[in-house]
Write a protein that binds this ligand. Structure first.
Ligand code: AMP
Ligand code: MG
Length: 343
């Protein structure tokens, strides 16, 4: 199969929507990361998505809608009041809410769960594609399983060339990390995966929020994940990654010491402005301006670059784990199999 990469135009969006209506899958931009989209009401389409990703079928897909009015047929009963308030505050945006699914959602999409994750993305191309397809779109991140999520169309092409017919190139993803996954089936909303809508933002609307314990640690032996995706070592670079956390100078000293133990293929992931702390050592910068937003937007591209350049030993600075920083540290932590050194 030849993979066509094209700018989103009314014509190319129509073409992509036709592929989805015919049961195929396409790569498309969203504000979080690029998605691999198929008909969310078709089990066959879901199978094709899993096949293209090389993802195990027990990891549920997020269902994307273009307007709030499309949600009712997809869920069982009424949308919880708290979910409605959160939707009013943060949709369209990087928030996925887990609710009880209706029978319209095939088991392949929910991976056998009785719940479904639903998101209304902000990206205009994504919403135009959903509207044009005339149905909700099930989409995981458009990377091959085990690779960092794609934040540009080129990343999608690198992973999916020859496996999907079409990629809509909408430029770099603004947030750069996958959506916040929030369980709203209980009384207190529970963050299963942190993202662009932070626990602080959720608490501001819902009054309360819980953050699942697995966000900043690996699963314990025999522990059953609430969110099936958390059991996989996602976002993993080829090299081994160590995160060092603490005061700026102490961090740099510790990183330099570990780095100098390797003769080659060692690299440092540092916030911009910190390069001078590492002298002549090989430094990759995390983001462009030192803000946590920019670190989030640049993280996956940096991990891909480290892979491409075959760096075997990577030492990364940490960012403070509050606000959006929690999402950055969750992805970085998982890429490092939570190998975090405190100095
Ligand atoms: P991705 O599609 O790559 O962004 O990953 C989707 C994430 O959402 C995975 O970590 C899933 O485990 C999680 N997820 C999706 N649907 C559900 C659900 N119904 N219950 C719990 N977690 C879910
Ligand atoms: Mg993913």
């Amino acid at each position: 199969m030849k993979t066509m990469m094209t700018q989103p135009t009314p014509e190319s969006i129509r073409q992509a929507a036709q592929i989805i209506r015919d049961g195929g899958v396409v790569g498309f931009p969203t504000e979080t990361v690029y998605g691999l989209g198929g008909d969310a009401l078709s089990g066959e389409a879901a199978k094709r998505i899993f096949e293209a990703k090389g993802r195990p079928g027990d990891n549920p897909l997020i269902v994307h809608i273009a307007s709030l009015s499309e949600i009712d047929p997809l869920i069982e009963g009424e949308m919880p009041e708290m979910a409605r308030k959160l939707a009013e505050a943060y949709w369209p945006g990087p928030l996925t809410m887990i609710m009880k699914k209706s029978s319209l959602i095939p088991d392949e999409v929910s991976a056998g769960l009785k719940t479904v994750g639903i998101r209304l993305p902000a990206n205009e191309t994504a919403r135009a594609l959903i509207r044009e397809a005339g149905r909700p779109i099930a989409a995981p991140s458009a990377n091959r399983s085990g690779r960092p999520s794609p934040t540009t169309a080129k990343h999608v092409l690198d992973d999916m060339d020859g496996r999907i017919p079409m990629i809509l190139d909408g430029g770099a993803s603004e947030v750069g990390l996958e959506s916040t996954v929030l369980d709203v089936t209980g009384e207190i909303p529970r963050v299963l995966r942190p993202g662009g809508v932070t626990p602080e933002m959720i608490a501001a609307v819902a009054g309360k929020v819980e953050v699942d314990g697995t966000v900043m640690r690996p699963l314990r032996e025999g522990e059953r994940p609430i969110s099936p995706g958390t059991k996989y070592r996602h976002y993993a670079p080829e090299g081994d990654l160590t995160i060092v956390q603490g005061e700026e100078k102490a961090v740099a000293e510790s990183i330099c010491g570990m780095y100098d133990g390797f003769e080659k293929d060692a690299a440092i992931l540092a916030l911009p402005g910190h390069e001078h702390l590492y002298g002549v050592r090989r430094v990759y910068t995390l983001g462009t301006d030192g803000s946590v937003e920019s670190a989030a937007a640049g993280l996956f591209a940096a991990l891909r670059l480290l892979d491409d350049e075959k760096m075997a030993h990577i030492f990364s600075e940490a960012v403070p784990a509050d606000g959006l920083g929690l999402a950055v540290m969750n992805r970085l932590g998982r890429a490092a199999a939570f190998h975090i050194v405190n100095v």
